[in-house]
Design a protein. Structure first.
Length: 87
């Protein structure tokens, strides 16, 4: 996971691992870089699994929310321009 995390956020990966260790879960947004170099935003919810296994593992679930975030930013900009125009 550290390798696909955008370079400017990799320093936060140890914080993420500590959160998983201490609380058993972590959730939030992360910026990843695809093989082609494209930056994507993932919303993740990961949990630590320890029952019935010899080594702890992290079960990760993520959804790509890049387009949703881009659309929300465009909508905010549209609303800002609209309010200025309506004055």
């Amino acid at each position: 996971m550290r390798e696909i995390t955008a370079p400017e956020y990799r320093h936060q990966f140890d914080w993420y691992l500590n959160e998983i260790r201490e609380t058993g879960e972590s959730r939030g947004l992360m910026v990843v870089v695809t093989r082609s170099g494209e930056r994507r935003i993932w919303e993740y919810q990961n949990t630590l699994r320890t029952d019935g296994i010899s080594s702890p593992i992290v079960r990760g679930m993520a959804h790509d929310v890049t387009e949703r975030n881009r659309t929300a930013k465009r909508l905010q900009e549209y609303e800002r321009v609209w309010k200025v125009w309506m004055k």
